[in-house]
Design a binder for this molecule. Structure first.
Ligand SMILES: [Zn+2]
Length: 343
């Protein structure tokens, strides 16, 4: 930790503290030691054996220096406190910004955190009406994050990183993921928080590859037998499915995109052409195949509805969908590939 109490109960930052003075932890009130080295950021540490519920000791130099840099940068937004202790919820955000009428907690996350811990912290802040921003450290920036991990920190439609060595924020948004391919996203760098971009990116993927990869899975019997059998009973083959099924790029799915889109097509078929259905009825059947919180799920489903509408399969009317026409199943794979090449 960077902040401790001096003997007058004043908050003191470690880089202004003196070795000969006595300092206490603002959380547990126990005495702490000032640690000053050539390499590490000056910081305070509990004596071994102290059990402190508010501060954990395993902070890296990167976390400490990043926290100080961020605090400096946030001063323009309002009153900034480093490691402010919130006794009501026994939490201590890395930085607490007090603006005119609201409070924003900033968590600078450099180490792994479980979904459960993250949810608990978010719930704590929410109970105090404090908005929270998760900013990820260098480690997260450097490793390739899984979909699950990205969805965990996804907020305001993006991920935010801070790199102390470069003194820059990095943002990632517009995540998309095709089957059999890596994760794609748009990334940009900035000096300040809350900075958007006007950039957009097109999604380019090879539909032919998607078809052949799925064909391979079928040959290797790696497609759920129940799907194949279900279609067979309806005198259909998976590879004859409409081209739309292969064009999926929805991020944060727990099943492949083709499978997700197959389910959507079957749902629309059940509604039937020129019939209306409540959007929620469809959404509720799809959300279980998505990771993340309700915000994330509804955003992804809205994107899918827009995609269906763009293809003239549905028309969105307030809380309802009208099924305009159903995607065409093909009579053979060669006919389907011809159709694809015609376009
Ligand atoms: Zn303590």
């Amino acid at each position: 930790m960077i902040i401790a109490f001096d003997d007058k109960k004043q908050y003191i930052c470690a880089n202004r503290a003196i070795k000969s003075q006595k300092y206490c932890c603002p959380g547990c009130q126990e005495q702490v030691i000032l640690k000053v080295g050539d390499v590490n950021q000056p910081h305070f540490a509990h004596y071994s054996g102290t059990v402190c519920a508010t501060f954990t000791e395993n902070e890296t130099a990167q976390h400490l220096s990043g926290k100080l840099q961020l605090a400096e940068k946030f001063k323009k937004y309002g009153h900034v406190q480093i490691e402010a202790v919130l006794p009501e919820i026994n939490q201590r955000p890395d930085i607490l910004i007090t603006l005119k009428e609201r409070k924003v907690a900033v968590e600078y996350q450099c180490s792994p955190i479980s979904q459960k811990r993250l949810d608990e912290r978010n719930a704590g802040y929410s109970s105090q009406n404090i908005q929270v921003i998760w900013i990820l450290g260098q480690n997260y920036f450097e490793k390739s994050m899984t979909q699950k991990s990205i969805v965990k920190f996804w907020a305001q439609k993006k991920l935010t990183f801070y790199l102390p060595e470069k003194e820059r924020f990095v943002y990632r948004k517009d995540f998309w993921k095709c089957d059999f391919e890596r994760i794609h996203y748009l990334e940009w760098m900035s000096h300040s928080l809350f900075e958007g971009t006007t950039k957009t990116q097109g999604i380019n993927f090879k539909i032919e590859k998607q078809i052949y990869k799925l064909q391979n899975l079928l040959i290797q019997k790696r497609v759920d037998e129940r799907i194949v059998r279900y279609l067979y009973n309806k005198e259909r083959l998976l590879l004859h499915a409409p081209l739309w099924m292969h064009k999926g790029h929805t991020f944060g799915l727990t099943i492949p995109n083709w499978h997700f889109r197959l389910l959507i097509m079957l749902l629309l078929e059940r509604v039937g052409q020129e019939n209306m259905v409540k959007k929620d009825d469809i959404s509720n059947k799809l959300t279980k195949y998505l990771m993340g919180d309700d915000d994330f799920k509804h955003y992804q489903i809205a994107l899918i509805f827009n995609d269906l509408e763009k293809n003239h399969y549905i028309l969105q009317q307030g809380q309802h969908l009208l099924v305009r026409r159903l995607p065409n199943w093909h009579t053979s794979l060669s006919q389907k590939l011809c159709k694809m090449r015609d376009k």
